[in-house]
Design a protein around this ligand. Structure first.
Ligand code: NAD
Length: 366
């Protein structure tokens, strides 16, 4: 198994280092190769996604990605900004299906911004379409407004679009994922206002006819945003477009206590994938040993399950993370009264110890 390791920028290098340590405890044979991506690649090679990095990602069985970006690159022309590397990888690898589970671990119910009873036992799966929608639609740009009350004024525009095959394949992914869970799918759209999402709703409904065992409901995105904080446990599998999924999955992340806990998988039609934490490069805490590495470690578990066919190893990582949380260790983002604050490296040490069968001391203070 060949795994491309792309740490990226900011906390990306710190959290990926811990995830790789965890992988090395698994008694599995991996070939890993590391390459620069994002701002680090721009500095070294003049481009956020150099040819060699893209080639490595295409040849690998799976990609472990940290995060990219830094405010210092905000003035670069768009094509050279670090974030373009993610869009380029998604497009070139055909990673159209993004899985973002939002699971609230029992030990973290008090770290959530919602009342514990609302999030205890929460386990939802957001499936976000990743290669279409307004993020990729053409044309886009700036021009003089051709009409309207501000005709002639400078304007910017993007294009929201989805083709039938793009909606069909993500709908199949969602219904098939629901079969392995509680057999319920909520499709989130804005069919009341947007033509693109009326089409989305029509096509999802058509595909649903092939899955009579699955319950489907449709919800407008504004209501979904509200329901996620009002009664999140009403959801099981949520399927939605690229932009709505981007926003809702970050909202769901906070239900779990911290974005530092949320892994993700982005898969193509062949089941190959890129695995990354849902958060960004967090320049505000980079290099300070403050980042939570657990989302990246849990992304490795998703990689083992979805792309490398080692579900038992995935279970081991997830159990090790639970064990460490139960022992009372917390990085700053999930710390609460009565638990013990540790840094990135110490959290990695604890997961590695749990994977190696060494018991971590129970140090919960409460
Ligand atoms: P961010 O996710 O990097 O950070 C948001 C907040 O969450 C910050 O306060 C940060 O300190 C905190 N945070 C994030 N991950 C954490 C972790 N593992 N442990 C503890 N705290 C954590 O989002 P942002 O600040 O909006 O963006 C920063 C940079 O990241 C930007 O350049 C943005 O474009 C980029 N970005 C990259 C990706 C990606 O690589 N996939 C995704 C989102 C944002």
């Amino acid at each position: 198994m060949k795994i491309a390791i792309l740490p990226g920028d900011g906390i990306g290098t710190e959290i990926v280092a811990q995830a790789v340590r965890a992988m090395q405890c698994l008694d599995l044979r991996f070939e890993t190769e590391t390459a620069a991506v994002g701002g680090a690649a721009y500095e070294a090679h003049g481009h956020p996604l150099p040819e060699a990095t893209l080639k490595l990602a295409k040849e690998a069985d799976a990609v472990l990605f940290g995060a990219v970006g830094d405010w210092k690159y905000d003035k670069l022309e768009r094509a050279l900004r670090p974030e373009q590397a993610i869009l380029g990888l998604r497009k070139n690898l055909g990673l159209f299906a993004n899985f973002r589970p939002a699971i609230c671990y029992e030990q973290l119910t008090h770290a959530s911004s919602l009342k514990p009873e609302l999030v205890a036992g929460l386990d939802i799966l957001i499936i976000r379409e990743l290669t279409g929608d307004i993020y990729f639609g053409q044309p886009r740009g700036r021009r003089e407004a051709p009409d309207g009350p501000f005709k002639g004024a400078q304007e910017a525009f993007d294009t929201m679009r989805y083709t039938r095959p793009e909606i069909e394949r993500i709908a199949h992914v969602a219904f098939q994922a629901a079969r392995k869970r509680s057999k319920r799918v909520t499709s989130v759209d804005k069919a009341n206002v947007l033509e693109t999402f009326q089409f989305w709703r029509d096509v999802v409904t058509e595909v649903h006819a092939q899955y009579p065992d699955i319950e489907l409901d449709h919800m407008y995105v504004d209501n979904a945003a509200m329901q996620l904080v009002k009664a999140p446990k009403r959801f099981d599998v949520v399927v939605t477009g690229n932009m709505f999924g981007d926003i809702l999955s970050d909202e769901a992340a906070m239900l779990t206590g911290s974005i530092g806990m949320l892994p993700s998988a982005s898969l193509n039609e062949a089941g190959r994938g890129l695995y990354e934490p849902s958060h960004g490069s967090a320049p505000d805490i980079a290099g300070k040993d403050l980042a939570n590495p657990l989302a990246t470690m849990l992304s490795v578990a998703m990689m083992l399950r979805f792309s490398l066919n080692h579900p038992e190893a995935a279970d081991r990582i997830e159990s090790a993370v639970q064990h460490v949380l139960a022992s009372g260790l917390r990085t700053a983002d999930i710390w609460s009264e009565g638990t013990t604050k540790v840094g990135t490296r110490a959290m990695g040490d604890a997961v590695v110890a749990a994977l190696s069968g060494k018991t971590t001391k129970t140090i919960t203070k409460s």
